[in-house]
Write a protein that binds this ligand. Structure first.
Ligand code: AKG
Length: 326
């Protein structure tokens, strides 16, 4: 275990206030929550329109990953359904009565692993018309320890290539999620969330050793940005980054890019694959985070005293000056 003292934990939680960071810039550089080595597995599944079959296949693959020594296992985005706005209402489940949650909890317990259960279309408990794209996380006893509703909905229009408007049927989540595991703190996002660097940056500053993203990029944006975004988030924040995709199915309406990947804190791809069904494994070592952070001490060198508040929306006026939007 690294940095396991209560003192460090107390310190870490106080580090989130800006005046504190300014005063103690030199102390914040290498803070990680208590962390130790673990084996990560990304299950690149080929789903179908048959939910029961998807759940059964996911279960088998999670057990396979655990048999091969994985301690933390990740499933892809929307692993229990086809990916498309028209499918979400049909496949959505309330978490309180969800066959997918039941399977995920049971298999996490049976396998004795932490399970980041990809995502499923979720129906709001109270408002039947409200749907989300939701990740649920389980500890090795099968207890659900976190949920993350996709914060940034995938609304894009690349003329002649791909138009996808997730907000046609989904609502966005409104909070960030950092999961405490016995191997360390882990941040999460879902697919399009990876395009917003703030999620990973906040996670790193809250002591996370890795960001995990279930995702389903496509044949247009996959080759352009899938690996680049993971390497960017890793190198900016000097942390592990992994993204777990469905396998490609050319008979489905949405063709996933595949290429589930793990990137280390230096920005190197340490494990990846092609578009076919497979399991990608990588050893995660928190010492690697410490090593790169002490060689290239970005955390010491940040200039919080001169950055504008990035939470302000800025627009450009007719003279080309940036002005704050009211
Ligand atoms: O950002 C992209 O290019 C793809 C995002 C996506 O497929 C998703 O959010 O599900």
């Amino acid at each position: 275990m690294l940095f396991s003292s209560t003192l460090r934990q107390n310190f870490l939680s106080r580090c989130t206030s800006r005046p504190f960071q300014q005063q103690y810039r030199f102390m914040t550089q290498s803070i990680l929550a208590p962390a130790s080595k673990f084996k990560l597995a990304l299950i690149q599944l080929k789903g179908s329109a048959d939910k029961e079959a998807n759940l059964a296949k996911a279960r088998t693959q999670v057990l396979e990953a655990a048999k091969n020594g994985a301690n933390v296992v990740v499933l892809p985005e929307c692993f229990n359904s086809p990916y498309g706005t028209n499918f979400f209402p049909e496949y959505a489940e309330k978490l309180s009565s969800s066959p997918s949650v039941e399977m995920l909890s049971n298999v996490a317990k049976e396998a004795g692993i932490y399970l980041f259960g990809g995502s499923i279309p979720e129906r709001d408990e109270k408002d039947d018309d409200k749907l989300y794209n939701t990740l649920t996380v389980y500890d090795p006893t099968g207890k659900m320890i976190a949920t993350h509703r996709k914060v940034h909905l995938f609304d894009i229009d690349v003329p002649g290539k791909i138009r996808f408007i997730e907000s046609e049927t989904l609502s966005a989540g409104n909070s960030l999620t950092h999961v405490d595991t016995k191997y360390g703190k882990i941040g999460v996002g879902i697919c399009y969330d990876i395009r917003f660097p703030e999620l990973a940056m906040v996670a790193a500053r809250k002591g996370c050793v890795a960001m995990l993203y279930p995702g389903a990029f496509n044949m247009t944006t996959g080759p352009m940005h899938w690996e680049l975004l993971q390497r960017a988030r890793a190198v900016d924040n000097q942390m592990y980054v992994a993204a777990c995709s469905p396998a490609r199915d050319m008979t489905a309406s949405y063709h996933a890019w595949g290429h589930s990947t793990v990137v280390d804190p230096k920005g190197f791809v340490v494990a990846t694959c092609d578009e076919k069904e497979t399991i990608v494994y990588a050893d995660i070592d928190p010492e690697e985070v410490q090593t790169i952070r002490s060689s290239i001490p970005l955390y010491d060198q940040r200039r919080f005293d001169i950055y504008d508040d990035v939470a302000e929306t800025v627009v450009v006026d007719e003279n080309g000056n940036g002005i704050k939007k009211q």
